[in-house]
Design a protein around this ligand. Structure first.
Ligand code: ADP
Length: 319
């Protein structure tokens, strides 16, 4: 293999740049040429492809977002779109591809591999919802952004003696809600992976009120529903001054944490190693702090879930 490509696709996440840097530098270290494909699969189809040098990834390790930009591309879900993509890769003499993105992007990578084009998936999403890795690139940074926001909301919640419902991202996964809720001592954490009873939430709020608690923080994962709906239901059932905050896209931005920079560097470099070893159709990940890889098919067939022990702990600590 002489020449490889790299692209970022789907939702961006902090640390994608560190992963791009690792792919480019590790490839050049091993004497390969690297081409950057802008705007994910859309740029692949349109041939938005440029050679990257050591300097093209200088000064980006600390930046959020992705210097290769990202996009969603419906056309790539079709066989015709995938064929166009492979034609472009051939035209540029690219023999292997690293795709940094979420599970949708993995499905694109899976298709390329099925068509015989060696592709490796690197997990980049704040949602931490990709099977085959304990952590995805961007999760830790987003977690710290959420914690910082909740700490600030807590100040005003205490001053005004209010109940706050905070809706956090995570798509169908509750990881960001669970981790931030545990880290912030939230009274209630509502995640898609666990059933909940509104009556329990109300009872807990009442107990807190009777104990003279100054505020309550309720974290709702977006996968469960709207934070505003929760706020309204609480207001209907208990006479508490309730406010709702939807944290939104603030969670996707910002300078990546040390953890995410290191994770992205390790996973990006591992993807290049795997291409050099002749592996294809696999995803890289980290499990128990060891770098691992799995078949994309196998990874996509697994179901992601939160750590239920951690969920139970969060409930025990917020009695
Ligand atoms: P993420 O990678 O963050 O999960 P998306 O689900 O939007 O984001 O997927 C990103 C892109 O991956 C899509 O816009 C599309 O180009 C490609 N993709 C998603 N699903 C498939 C599929 N089944 N086949 C081929 N490409 C796909």
């Amino acid at each position: 293999m002489k020449r490889i490509g790299v692209l970022t696709s789907g939702g961006d996440s902090p640390g994608m740049n560190a992963a791009i840097r690792a792919v480019v530098r590790k490839a050049i270290f091993h004497g390969l040429e690297v081409y950057g494909i802008s705007y994910g699969y859309a740029g692949l189809i349109n041939g938005e492809i440029k050679k990257m040098e050591l300097g093209s990834v200088g000064d980006i390790i600390h930046r959020g977002g992705t210097v290769l930009y990202t996009a969603r591309c419906e056309e790539f879900k079709t066989l015709e779109g995938q064929k166009k993509g492979i034609e472009q890769l051939k035209k540029f003499g690219i023999e292997g591809l690293v795709v940094i993105g979420g599970d949708g992007s993995y499905r694109g990578a899976q298709k390329l591999s099925e068509h015989g084009f060696p592709t490796i998936g690197v997990p980049g999403t704040i949602d931490n919802d990709i099977p085959g890795t304990d952590f995805t690139i961007g999760f830790d940074t987003a977690l710290n952004t959420v914690i910082d926001a909740i700490d600030k909301i807590r100040d005003t919640a205490t001053s005004h003696e209010r109940t706050y419902v905070i809706e956090v991202m995570g798509r169908h996964a509750g990881d960001l809600a669970l981790w931030s809720g545990l880290a912030d001592g939230a009274e209630t954490i509502i995640v898609p992976e666990a059933d909940y009873e509104m009556s329990d939430i109300i009872a807990r709020l009442k107990r807190g009120q009777e104990r003279g608690k100054k505020h309550s923080i309720i974290i709702v994962a977006e996968g469960v529903g709207s934070g505003f709906d929760f706020g309204n239901r609480i207001k209907e059932e208990i006479n508490l001054e309730t406010r709702v905050t939807v944290l939104g896209h603030i969670q996707r931005g910002g300078s990546p944490s040390g953890f995410d920079r290191v994770l992205a560097s390790r996973l990006g470099a591992k993807a290049v190693d795997l291409l050099l070893e002749g592996k294809a159709g696999v995803t890289v990940g980290i499990e128990k702090n060891e770098l691992v890889y799995h078949d994309i098919d196998e990874a996509l067939a697994r179901k992601h879930s939160i750590d239920m022990e951690m969920y139970k702990l969060s409930q025990q600590l917020s009695i």
